[in-house]
Design a binder for this molecule. Structure first.
Ligand code: 3PG
Length: 213
C-alpha cells in the first residue's frame, strides 16, 4: 500500500506520485511554468526556497491555479511560515529539523522532512512523521538503500528525491513504501533560462506517463 498514514498529506497530494522540484530565479516565469507543467499532466510541484524570489513564485503559481504548490528546501521555521503564507500547501525539507516539523504542525500544513540515515528516520517516526524524503536518493544508493531502510521500518513511507531521472521512476514507484518521487529533471534552471516550456511539458508528460500504472 502506497498511502501515507498522514491523511492531510494524502489529501494534499491527491494521489499524485510525481513531484517536480523547481528552482525558479525569476517570478515572471511562474505563469508559463505552471501552464507547461499542467499541460504535461503534473498535479503538484515543489518550489525550492533557493532563490530570493521563491516566495513570490509560490504566491503566483498558487494563485494561477491548476497545480498543488508546495515549498521545498525549507530550512527554518520562519521560511515555513513565509511559504505557507504565500500559499504553499505542503512543505519539504532536505533534512530532519524538529523546529521546522513543529512549525508545520502549528500551521496545519503537511511536512515531508528529509532523512538519509536510519537514525534520522527513527527521530522522524518518533515525532509522529511517517512520510519522509529520502535525500539524496541516488547518491545514497538508490532503490537498494531505500529497501534496506524500509525493512526495519515498514511503517515509513518515502519520497525519494535527488539524482532521480525518468528512467528510474518505474522501479521506485513499484515499491509499496514509496509514496511519490521528486526531481528537478523535468524543469531545470536551464529550461527556464531558455524559456523552453515545450521541453518542460514533454519531459513532464513522459514522467507522468511513467508514473501512472
Ligand atoms: C531537491 O531539492 O529535492 C533536489 O535538489 C532535487 O534533486 P535533483 O535536482 O537531483 O532532482
Amino acid at each position: 500500500m502506497n498511502a501515507t498514514s498522514d491523511p492531510a498529506l494524502a489529501g494534499v497530494l491527491g494521489g499524485a506520485r510525481l513531484i517536480p522540484v523547481l528552482t525558479v530565479p525569476d517570478h515572471t516565469t511562474a505563469a508559463p511554468l505552471t501552464e507547461a507543467l499542467t499541460a504535461g499532466g503534473a498535479a503538484c510541484a515543489e518550489v525550492t526556497f533557493r532563490t530570493p524570489g521563491a516566495e513570490q513564485v509560490v504566491r503566483e503559481m498558487a494563485a494561477h491555479g491548476g497545480l498543488t504548490v508546495g515549498a521545498g528546501t525549507v530550512l527554518t521555521p520562519e521560511q515555513a511560515e513565509r511559504a505557507v503564507e504565500a500559499g504553499a500547501r505542503f512543505v519539504v525539507s532536505p533534512g530532519y529539523d524538529e523546529e521546522v516539523v513543529a512549525k508545520c504542525r502549528e500551521l496545519g500544513v503537511p511536512v515531508i522532512p528529509g532523512i538519509a540515515t536510519a537514525t534520522e528516520l527513527m527521530r522522524a517516526l518518533r515525532a509522529g512523521v511517517d512520510t519522509v524524503k529520502l535525500f539524496p536518493a541516488e547518491a545514497l544508493g538508490g532503490l537498494a538503500t531505500l529497501l534496506a531502510l524500509s525493512a526495519p521500518f515498514p511503517q515509513a513511507r518515502f519520497v525519494p528525491t535527488g539524482g532521480i531521472r525518468s528512467e528510474h521512476l518505474a522501479a521506485y514507484l513499484a515499491e509499496p513504501s514509496v509514496l511519490a518521487v521528486g526531481g528537478s529533471w523535468m524543469a531545470t534552471p536551464t529550461h527556464l533560462a531558455q524559456g523552453d516550456y515545450a521541453t518542460i511539458s514533454r519531459l513532464t508528460r513522459e514522467a507522468v506517463d511513467r508514473s501512472t500504472p
